[in-house]
Design a protein around this ligand. Structure first.
Ligand code: GTP
Length: 377
């Protein structure tokens, strides 16, 4: 570990102590839900869980760990399936001083969004409230403020509520006096939404929650548990602002990368042999050939090789991919170790999965998806 990251870890550990003292809590635990199948992001999710998708060349879960540590969390429980657990253990990412444990859904029985909370009951304990997060989010939500809001009242659950233009795609909440949630409706038909306030996928739960979740089967937090809590007047909301985006769909994943890229793009670089149009992020070991145009909004993972006269814009290229001479990649996602042949054209919305190959001169029209390790001509 370098000096800078050691200092960063020490800084975060100090933060944790200060925050917990302030809240009068002994420790703060967070459960992250990352055992879903990510079907909307196929075929990239055929070979990696959503939690490991790179956001500007850093896995999403690493962004989450960093933010949890900064917010005073000291223990994280990852609610996973066997495959997700395998990939995450392989990834060996920095943990910023967090203690990380795994809680596995039973084989062939995904537990949904509430079942994993019940499954992790022993790890979460009965002493103090804890955080639960969907693992496919990038947000500016202050977990500390959410925790404080929860500690002020008599809630069993306090949900971070974000205002959305189209709330019908999400769980929506109707607030009553003192931020109590009167009604919680998951994905209400358009025009019937009780408000524009949506479930941001981040909650604080009190141990009492375990009484509301049946054991040994899939349970939906949004469809079963929250409506029941609202009925009993123990569901509360806390309005949050700022950046909030989930990477559930390909276009949202690309958008998330673009938003984060604007905040942490590489410094404008004067490339001698290629044309760099900022913002761009270029990973370690990337090679770019003469007269290529990279950007705007291009993210190249480590060890990507780009040939001559290539154009890449508005796209994410995962590590070790190879884009040969004269190819054009626009508005696309290119998986790890994928190969785009000489002069090929990859259009908006295309997804080329890991290890797939697009042959020389092939033209892929909008939204073509290529499965892992397949070759297309
Ligand atoms: P889609 O199939 O594309 O809807 O993706 P998903 O099921 O992975 O995501 P969804 O938005 O429905 O779930 C929200 C969060 O809960 C994600 O971080 C998922 O990984 C997680 N999740 C969903 N279902 C399960 C489950 O059965 N078990 C566990 N442990 N986590 C889950």
């Amino acid at each position: 570990m370098g000096v800078v990251s050691t200092l960063h870890t020490v800084y975060i550990l100090n933060q944790i102590i200060t925050i917990l003292q302030f809240e009068g809590m002994k420790q703060l635990k967070a459960l992250i839900l990352i055992g879903g199948f990510g079907t909307r992001l196929r075929p990239l999710t055929c070979t990696r869980p959503k939690a490991l998708f790179p956001i500007v060349n850093k896995p999403l879960l690493q962004w989450t760990f960093e933010k949890l540590a900064e917010n005073g969390v000291n223990e994280v429980i990852l609610a996973v399936n066997k495959l997700t657990e395998f990939h995450i253990k392989q990834a060996r990412m920095p943990k910023y001083g967090l203690s990380v444990k795994f809680s596995l859904d039973p084989p062939k029985m995904p537990l949904g969004t509430a079942g994993p909370v019940k499954k992790a009951e022993k790890l979460l304990g009965h002493e103090e409230p804890f955080l639960v997060l969907n693992g496919d989010l990038i947000t500016e939500i202050s977990y500390r403020q959410l925790l404080r809001a929860h500690l002020e009242g008599k809630a069993v659950a306090t949900i971070a509520l974000h205002e959305a233009e189209d709330p019908s795609r999400y769980g929506t909440a109707e607030l009553a006096e003192g931020n109590r949630i009167k009604q919680f409706v998951e994905k209400p038909p358009k025009g019937t939404e009780p408000s524009k306030l949506i479930n941001a996928g981040v909650y604080v739960l009190s141990p009492k929650i375990f009484d509301y979740i049946p054991e040994g089967r899939a349970v939906s937090m949004e469809r079963e548990v929250f409506p029941k809590l609202a009925e009993k007047n123990v569901l509360y909301g806390h309005k949050v602002g700022g950046l909030w985006i989930d990477i559930g769909k390909p276009e949202e994943y690309l958008e998330t990368n673009k938003l984060i890229l604007e905040t942490c793009a590489d410094k404008p670089r004067k490339a001698r042999n290629f044309n760099c149009k900022n913002p761009v992020a270029i990973g370690k070991g990337v090679i770019i050939g003469e007269n290529s145009v990279i950007g705007p909004c291009a993210i190249l993972g480590k060890n990507v090789t780009v040939g001559k006269n290539v154009q890449i814009r508005n796209s994410v290229v995962f590590q070790d991919a190879k884009i040969e001479d004269d190819a054009i990649v626009e508005g696309a996602l290119i998986g790890e170790s994928a190969k785009i042949g000489k002069g090929a054209k990859i259009s908006e919305g295309c997804i080329i999965a890991d290890h797939a190959r697009v042959k020389e001169g092939a033209v892929l029209h909008e939204k073509v998806h290529v499965c892992p390790a397949i070759e297309v001509a």
